[in-house]
Design a protein around this ligand. Structure first.
Ligand code: CA
Length: 402
């Protein structure tokens, strides 16, 4: 099939057009690519060939210049790319710049500035609260009043396909007399959605809810690998540290918010009144209907629904800047583990196996936590116009011994 003719129903048709960074076989040169079906368009080379002014944003080794360009440029570039890939007079010119995905190497698509991770699923927070703090209320008193988060480690964000080295660290179960050191024995996943900031903000100036789309370019799947044994011993009182900072995987493809207009949904009904800077009750819908799938060694173990998230990405952005902290191009923030109300909708093994008590039955054996050699793959789609599906780039990683 010619590269422009994407099969009917392909979730990566011209209605999607996610951005990535790739290099061709035998070349070290990275450049911005746009996915169409099972091909990638060398967007910078196409822009140069067409004499497009957007070559300055696209003929680059990273998405950062495009991210920084702002919403008007984002819309203009997307409109131009759509024309190049769908209008016959342009197709002839750009055809030489379409390469089979199987022939290229995909790279981390942007330089990650700051990395923040939230905790926005009420179902996840209640499950974790019951598991880690069985003698207290599942939700902490602040949970319904602010989106809880922590600052993570941007330097260990890696692109999908990168091996995940099992971390070592201290662990101590409550009944153990003293901590021991060694490879984590409770290595886990967290199925999340990452939001990518494009336009920076000024120090001292909070970003209000309504400015979310002026700053955030798009989203991607994110796996917040977590060592539960290290985490459980270290997290009181300052929160996650070495149990999470070893690796965070993101998709090679960033889906622009403009491709997800038909996936916007209202978040769940709020049960507590919100302070004005977080009150989105009069705003347009801030949630996204993303249907996530979690597979271990090709076997689907959960299907977490992103539409059930209590806090929206706009609220998270407003909260993380309300103290005047500024945004930088390339800031990445994770939604927090996506878990729905059903058991088969939980986005971590911690919850799926109830901290190992109820192991999963996989075709290759039981699994409480991840074993060396396990391959975890997150995939997702969102509803598009007229029944179409908008595919999100998968994020996958294989566990290797440390
Ligand atoms: Ca997380």
């Amino acid at each position: 099939m010619p590269p422009f003719e994407v099969p009917e129903g392909d979730p990566f048709g011209p209605h999607n057009l996610p951005y990535g960074v790739f290099s061709r076989a035998g070349s070290q040169e990275k450049t911005v690519g746009v996915r169409l079906g099972d091909h990638v368009l060398d967007a910078g080379a196409a822009a140069v060939a067409l004499g497009s002014p957007y070559a300055a944003l696209l003929a680059r080794p990273t998405l950062n210049p495009l991210l920084a360009a702002g919403r008007t440029a984002w819309s203009d570039v997307r409109r131009a790319l759509t024309a190049w890939l769908t209008v016959p007079s342009h197709q002839e010119t750009v055809a030489p710049f379409l390469h089979p995905l199987s022939s290229v190497t995909l790279h981390l698509p942007f330089e990650v500035a700051d990395y923040v991770d939230f905790y926005a699923s009420e179902h996840h927070a209640r499950n974790v609260g019951q598991i880690f703090r069985p003698d207290t209320a599942a939700l902490t008193p602040n949970w319904k009043h602010l989106p809880i988060g922590y600052h993570g480690r941007s330097g260990t964000v890696v692109v999908s396909g990168t091996d995940v080295v099992r971390p070592s660290g201290q662990r101590k179960a409550p009944a153990d007399p003293a901590p021991v050191f060694g490879p984590s024995v409770r290595l886990d996943i967290e199925a999340e959605v990452g939001f990518v900031v494009g336009v920076p903000s000024r120090l001292g100036r909070p970003v209000p809810l309504e400015d979310f789309r002026e700053h955030v370019f798009g989203l991607c799947l994110l796996n917040d690998w977590s060592a539960r044994d290290i985490q459980a011993w270290e997290y009181v009182p300052l929160g996650p540290f070495l149990g999470k900072s070893f690796t965070t995987s993101v998709s090679a493809w960033i889906t622009p918010l403009d491709a997800l207009e038909d996936a916007r949904v209202a978040p769940p009904e709020r049960t507590h009144p919100l302070l004005p800077y977080l009150d989105d009750s009069a705003d347009e819908p801030g949630g996204y209907d993303l249907r996530i799938s979690v597979a271990i060694n090709g076997h689907v173990v959960a299907e977490p629904p992103f539409a059930t998230m209590y806090w929206t990405a706009a609220q998270q952005l407003a909260h993380m800047t309300v103290n005047g902290a500024c945004l930088r191009t390339g800031d990445l923030y994770g939604s927090g583990t996506v878990s729905g109300p059903e058991r088969a909708q939980r986005g971590s093994l911690l919850e799926l196996t109830w901290n190992g008590r109820d192991p999963l039955e996989l075709p290759d054996g039981k699994r409480a936590f991840l074993e060396d050699g396990d391959v975890v793959t997150l995939s997702a789609w969102a509803p598009g116009a007229a029944g179409a599906r908008v595919g999100l780039g998968e994020v996958t990683g294989r566990i290797v011994s440390g």
